[in-house]
Design a binder for this molecule. Structure first.
Ligand SMILES: Nc1ncnc2c1ncn2[C@@H]1O[C@H](COP(=O)(O)OP(=O)(O)O)[C@@H](O)[C@H]1O
Ligand SMILES: [Mg+2]
Length: 240
């Protein structure tokens, strides 16, 4: 099958196991949403896929090729990139230098023209980043830093993009605009997306498969539509 396939069991911090069994597959241009309230295990699941938390067992394959043994730092080369929570970027350098750094880190053969081409393509999704190209990224708003964090990840030209609560800390109107852009990016770049979110409203337009996590276990999964139609479970696990 094309796309990413991951199985995780028993992800833990030290001796504390916080996540049971999670299995997912996501094809190009498709989305898997991990929904759950604070502490449900979403971040841990994404980290376990990337191999940055310990797990009792973990398998990862892309396009049917087993890449379980690849160290985390090589996953970007395999096309798998994560945008961690917290809109992280290098605060003391400019927006453009953040993007250049991301390009340099993920391309073995570099060219100025190629960087320029990618830069133009990516800032077309978020024109404000180009307007602020020379601004120190730490002085931008949370929403703008999140856009930059997304573009830093896209510099690697990923086939699979993992996003950890991109809406966290953003005003609803900013978060909605961000998700609209993310949908456009997914369609334009045909990448597979694994999206962790607390707020089902934001991710509904992505459709696809939805896994609801509660206290480190899969409480429910199915199509986005079927999950959100299940009022009893929605109330129990998502609180709305
Ligand atoms: N570094 C850590 N050390 C120990 N426990 C952690 C750590 N990070 C998260 N946890 C615990 O793991 C559980 C899942 O957390 P997390 O994956 O961050 O949830 P979510 O991203 O859904 O909010 C929570 O009980 C949390 O307290
Ligand atoms: Mg989290």
């Amino acid at each position: 099958m094309s796309g990413l396939q991951a199985t995780i069991a028993g992800a833990r911090y030290g001796t504390l196991t916080v996540l049971g069994n999670v299995e997912l597959r996501v094809a190009p241009n498709q989305t898997v949403v991990l929904l759950g309230s604070n502490g449900a295990g979403k971040t841990t699941a994404l980290r376990a896929i990337m191999g940055t938390v310990a797990a009792a067992s973990r398998t990862l394959s892309i396009d049917g090729r087993d890449i379980t043994a690849l160290p985390t730092w090589r996953l970007a080369q395999a096309g798998i990139v994560m945008v961690p929570d917290g809109a992280r970027c290098f605060p003391n350098i400019s927006v453009r230098d953040n993007l250049l750094g991301a390009y340099t880190a993920t391309h073995a053969r570099r060219s100025t023209q190629e960087f320029e081409r990618l830069y133009r393509e990516l800032v077309s999704y978020f024109p404000i980043l180009d307007e602020r190209a020379e601004q120190l990224s730490g002085t931008m708003s949370g929403g703008q830093r999140q856009m930059l964090a997304v573009c830093r990840a896209l510099m690697a030209e990923p086939r699979v993009l993992l996003l950890d609560e991109p809406s966290a800390g953003l005003a609803p109107i900013i978060a909605e605009a961000l998700f609209e852009a993310l949908l456009e990016i997914q369609r334009a770049r045909q990448c597979a997306v694994i999206l962790a979110e607390q707020n089902a409203g934001y991710v509904q337009p992505f459709g696809g498969h939805c896994i609801v996590l509660a206290e480190g276990e899969v409480a429910l999964q199915g199509t986005m539509q079927s999950v959100l139609a299940d009022e009893r479970l929605r109330l129990a696990y998502l609180g709305f």
